[in-house]
Each structure stands twice: as structure tokens, then as C-alpha cells.
Design a protein around this ligand. Structure first.
Ligand SMILES: Cc1cc2nc3c(=O)[nH]c(=O)nc-3n(C[C@H](O)[C@H](O)[C@H](O)COP(=O)(O)OP(=O)(O)OC[C@H]3O[C@@H](n4cnc5c(N)ncnc54)[C@H](O)[C@@H]3O)c2cc1C
Length: 407
């Protein structure tokens, strides 16, 4: 009899790990998902009304710089050519994002070259701010009031539900401002969209004789007594019945709009003004430009605080959360046969390629530990770095690296 492994969650984290362990020939793996479908938040399906491949939990664009991850996903699906280019509606009109040379030239009515634009933007910054303490101060120091107010203030406030002046400065250090005409949203080497959607990929990953999939079934933490090992891609605080308090998330809701033809001419448009209740509109047919559909469907994305019962989307990582997280990590480290994986299991915002890469690395580590008779890792990736402690200057503020990425 092979040892039995249980995995909570059939998102990319759980599915890739299941496949790697099954392929080792050493284990029998059961994957549980409380949802009625596999693929977790990456779930896609063909919309009955329009025939468009719809991303049910928000638009997902596959991108990575890891060749092994890119090759891994291609084993299970053909990818169509797709480069993500985002537009923004602002009080000053429509621009391309991330802020690039075209954005700067159109915004200021100039025709700068890269050197001139860099020098010009440097003059906009608020030089009176020496040591920025918040997202807002950092933005004002880097970009000045006009660009900040137009592109960042309203969007960030809608996305996170707090004043950007209470967000930590560190978030904006990664702000993607480009002084050339490159408006590719990502800096990664490989990018594309799977032609049959993400759910089809995950179904194929899970299609292995040593993997059993149980949908509509929640794995309980007590299962650790029945299995050789449990991998948990559900919320880490949920595993402990929230006994140290709930970790905070933002949740999303999607308002559907049906239309004929081409409604917005591009996949994603951000709405930067605070007065517009949604953050962005995605027209899903444009994620598969090789397909043709006479009808179209769009989703307006609304962001809100995640209450019990809502779907958790973006970990907020408040300073208070980090304190609770440290406590949950201490509990997790005492477990003998449980590993916390993926975005909910480690309470980090993670792109698909990162989750897949971590599961590939984790499987290798587990199999190597086997040979050395060592214990398996507690986390697929550390939920908190050792020096990632609450910052007294921004206590109770909402800290997350996703802010910059979503602007
Ligand atoms: C709005 C949005 C847009 C995104 N866009 C992109 C993008 O463009 N590109 C990109 O690379 N990434 C994107 N991501 C990130 C991507 O969604 C994640 O990387 C991915 O979903 C993480 O996979 P996972 O397996 O860790 O978690 P999930 O996909 O959340 O899967 C976890 C699964 O576990 C199940 N589960 C939980 N607890 C239990 C339990 N006890 N028993 C049984 N089942 C359980 C859940 O039902 C869920 O299906 C986006 C995320 C969001 C929120």
C-alpha cells in the first residue's frame, strides 16, 4: 500500500503538487475541493450566452520568466499569443498603463524623448518630502501631485478601502513607470492565454491514475490523523478555526453587462476616479483575440472588505494581520504532517506562475527529504520574512505588494 496524501484545494498549488507526487510513483493522492469545479480562483468556462471563455474570479493572464514553469504549463495546454495592455480612464482622459512615455507625453501635451521625460518627471516630485512614510508621500515624492491624483489616489482607495496616506511607502518602490513606449503590463519573459482556459489545464494536470479528485467536499483539518501527509491550500487561519482571529482579505464582486459586437475595444480598462464605483471593466472576449464572437460580455469589478462567507481574494496583510500570522505560523511549525501551500495557505498575493513554481519546488524538496528521511517543509513559501514585522509608522494600515501591480 502506498502512503496516502490529502490535498485541500484543486487550484494550481494543489493540482501541481498532486501531479508531481503521483508521478513519483510513491504516493496515492486525494485532492478535495469544496467548490464544484477544479482550478480554484483561475476557473474559466465557456459562457452559454456568448461562447466567450469567461474567467469567473477575474481576468487571469499567464506570465512568467521561469522557463521550467512555462514549459510545464505547455505540457497541458496550447497557449495563444496574448500581451496584456491596460488602459485607464481618468479625469484628464484616457491613457495607457503602466505609465510610460506615451502616457507622459499625452498627459502633459509634450513629445519628450526618454531622457527628457525622465528629467521632466524628476522636476514634478515633491522635494520637501525627504523620508516618505506612506504610499502617498512616496508617490508625491516620485511623481508629484498631478500624476498621483489622476492615476493612483482614487484607484488605490477603491481597491483597498483606505486612504493611501495610511499605506506603507514600500509598496510604491516597485511602481512601474517606464520611460519608453513599452506598454506591456508585465516585465516577464513569457506571456499567453491557454486556448481552452485554465480549468482545462488543471483537469489535465489532475488526470493521473494515482490521483483521485473529490469535488464539493471540504477537507477537515482532522484529516491529518487519517493521511500520511496533508497539504493545505485553504486559508491558514481556517485550518485553526480562526482561534487567533481572522486574517483580513479584500473580496471582489462582478457586475455582468451583455452587449453586441465589441463594447470597449480592449480587454481591461481601469477607472481611476473615486466617484466611479468599480475599479475596472474587463471584456473577456479580448483575452482570446484568435476567437470570433458576435456577442460580448463585460464584468465591472467592485472591491470590498471580505466578511465571513465571502470569497477571499487579496490578502490585506495589515500590521495587525502580520501579528496574527506570526501566531498561526508558530502553530503551523508544530504540525508533524501538514504543509501550507498556495496563496491562502501562506497568506500572500501570488501570481499563478509563482504558485506553480513553488509547488514544483516543494515536490522536489519533499521527495529529496524522503531519501534523507527528513521532515517535509511547513510552507511552500514563507508567509512572513523574518524582518517583516509591523511598522510602527503605519500601524493598522493596509500593506500589500499587490497595490502597485494593480494600479
Ligand atoms: C482578481 C484576481 C486576478 C488575478 N489575476 C492573475 C493574473 O492575471 N495572472 C496570474 O498569474 N495570477 C493572477 N491571480 C492570482 C491567481 O488567482 C492565484 O495565483 C491562484 O489562484 C493561486 O492558486 P492556489 O491554488 O494557491 O489558490 P486557489 O486558486 O484559491 O485555490 C484554492 C482552492 O482550495 C479550495 N479549498 C480551500 N479550503 C479547502 C478545504 N478545506 N477543503 C477543500 N477545498 C478547499 C478552494 O475552494 C479553492 O478552489 C489573480 C488573482 C485574483 C484574485
Amino acid at each position: 500500500m502506498k502512503p496516502r496524501i490529502a490535498i485541500a484545494g484543486s487550484g494550481f498549488a494543489g493540482a501541481v503538487l498532486a501531479r508531481e507526487l503521483a508521478e513519483s510513483g510513491l504516493y496515492k493522492v486525494t485532492v478535495f475541493d469544496e467548490k464544484a469545479h477544479v482550478a480554484g480562483n483561475c476557473h474559466t468556462s465557456r459562457d452559454e450566452k456568448t461562447g466567450v471563455m469567461v474567467h469567473h474570479y477575474g481576468p487571469h493572464i499567464f506570465n512568467t520568466s521561469r522557463l521550467d514553469v512555462w514549459e510545464y504549463v505547455q505540457r497541458f495546454s496550447k497557449f495563444g499569443h496574448y500581451i496584456n495592455r491596460v488602459k485607464a480612464v481618468t479625469r484628464k482622459g484616457m491613457f495607457t498603463l503602466p505609465i510610460n512615455l506615451l502616457t507622459i507625453n499625452q498627459f502633459f501635451g509634450k513629445s519628450f524623448n526618454p531622457t527628457e521625460a525622465k528629467a521632466f518627471v524628476a522636476t514634478l516630485g515633491d522635494s520637501s518630502i525627504k523620508d516618505p512614510q506612506s504610499f502617498e508621500e512616496q508617490a508625491l515624492k516620485m511623481l508629484g501631485r498631478e500624476l498621483y491624483d489622476t492615476f493612483f489616489y482614487g484607484y488605490t482607495k477603491k481597491q483597498w478601502g483606505v486612504e493611501p496616506s495610511t499605506l506603507p511607502a514600500a509598496i510604491l518602490k516597485r511602481l512601474p513607470v517606464r520611460f519608453n513606449y513599452d506598454d506591456n503590463y508585465y516585465n516577464t519573459k513569457y506571456q499567453g492565454i491557454p486556448v481552452d482556459g485554465y480549468t482545462a489545464i488543471v483537469e489535465k494536470i489532475l488526470d493521473h491514475e494515482e490521483i483521485e479528485v473529490k469535488l464539493g467536499e471540504r477537507l477537515s483539518p482532522e484529516a491529518k490523523d487519517d493521511f500520511h501527509h496533508v497539504f493545505w491550500s485553504g486559508p491558514m487561519d481556517g485550518f485553526y478555526d480562526y482561534k487567533l482571529g481572522r486574517l483580513n482579505y479584500r473580496t471582489l464582486s462582478f457586475e455582468r453587462v451583455d452587449a453586441e459586437g465589441d463594447a470597449q475595444g480592449t480587454p481591461v480598462i481601469n477607472y481611476c476616479e473615486q466617484s466611479v464605483p468599480y475599479t475596472r471593466i474587463a471584456e473577456h472576449k479580448h483575452f482570446t483575440p484568435w476567437e470570433e464572437h458576435s456577442k460580448t460580455v463585460l464584468f465591472k469589478e467592485h472591491s470590498a472588505f471580505c466578511k465571513p462567507g465571502d470569497v477571499p481574494y487579496y490578502p490585506m496583510r495589515l500590521d495587525d494581520d502580520k501579528t496574527k500570522l506570526r501566531g498561526y505560523m508558530n502553530l503551523a511549525e508544530k504540525e508533524k504532517n501538514v504543509t501550507f501551500i498556495g496563496r491562502l495557505g501562506t497568506y500572500r498575493y501570488l501570481d499563478m506562475h509563482v504558485v506553480i513554481g513553488e509547488s514544483l519546488d516543494l515536490a522536489k524538496a519533499c521527495l529529496a527529504h524522503n531519501k534523507a528521511q527528513g521532515t517535509w517543509p511547513t510552507f511552500s513559501g514563507l508567509p512572513l520574512e523574518k524582518d517583516d514585522t509591523p511598522n510602527p509608522a503605519t500601524h493598522s494600515s493596509h500593506a500589500t505588494a499587490k497595490v502597485a501591480a494593480t494600479v
